[in-house]
Design a protein around this ligand. Structure first.
Ligand code: SF4
Length: 230
């Protein structure tokens, strides 16, 4: 996302339970260092001083209230680079509303169109309806993707979607929903699914989507007016 690199800060834990999680050591992990809102604000400022083009908060949802306090402190201490909220898309509209004005770029996953797949593989049957409402709120706050003169994301929504084997995610339906709910946003249709974590318990998760299928979906997203971001 930037010439100076993205200033990534990972948070341990996750509010979803994806059985194929590629970062399960972090999402299911415990035991990383605890930081206060003041320390987190300082970490954000360190990323800016290192020349990072943004502060990229990964898996922030379950600690959003503490993050909000930290962004407020960091802004008052001189943080000017965009703040990226890099999440799984399973967000409450009420919490997102509190983040308005503090987050510049929302980078949510939109994982599933199908509630049954969401239940089975991420333990969240209401994921499709929750992510639709969240995406609408994100778009209301920051609008379509906008780039600066260097081509770096400055503001807007950038959606990621991981194509699942055997179209378990309902990818075309996901793209339709994104185009309707967040017109003009960035869209990264990702083809790097690989079976991880507990995927071996689900035979249908042991395949990989074909390259041709991923290409077709990228083309479809572009026809729907979504800017390709990956
Ligand atoms: S949302 Fe992402 S980090 Fe969280 S469990 Fe699912 S794949 Fe892992």
């Amino acid at each position: 996302m930037g010439g100076g690199g993205s200033g990534t800060i990972f948070f341990e834990g996750c509010n979803l339970g994806c059985v194929f999680c590629q970062n399960f050591d972090i999402s299911r992990g415990r035991g990383g260092p605890e930081v206060s809102a003041e320390q987190l604000a300082q970490l954000m400022l360190v990323q800016q001083r290192r020349g990072c083009s943004n502060v990229n908060l990964v898996t922030p949802t379950h600690v959003a209230a503490q993050i909000l306090a930290a962004i407020e402190l960091a802004r008052s201490d001189g943080l000017t680079v965009p703040v990226v909220y890099n999440c799984g898309g399973y967000e409450s509209v009420e919490m997102l509303a509190l983040l308005a004005g503090y987050v510049d770029i929302y980078m949510p996953d939109v994982k599933y169109a199908d509630p049954e797949a969401a239940r089975k593989y991420s333990d969240a049957a209401d994921y499709p309806q929750i992510v639709r409402a969240a995406l609408g709120e994100m778009h209301r706050q920051v609008g379509p993707l906008s780039l600066d003169e260097r081509g770096l994301a400055r503001r807007g929504v950038m959606v990621r979607h991981l194509v699942m084997p055997d179209d378990l995610a309902g990818s075309a339906e996901v793209i339709d929903m994104v185009a309707k709910t967040a017109p003009g946003c960035g869209m990264n249709v990702m083809g790097q699914y690989r079976p991880c974590y507990r995927a071996s318990e689900f035979p249908q998760l042991l395949q990989r989507p074909s390259g041709g299928e991923v290409q077709r979906l990228r083309q479809y997203a572009s026809e729907k007016g979504l800017c390709r971001t990956g």
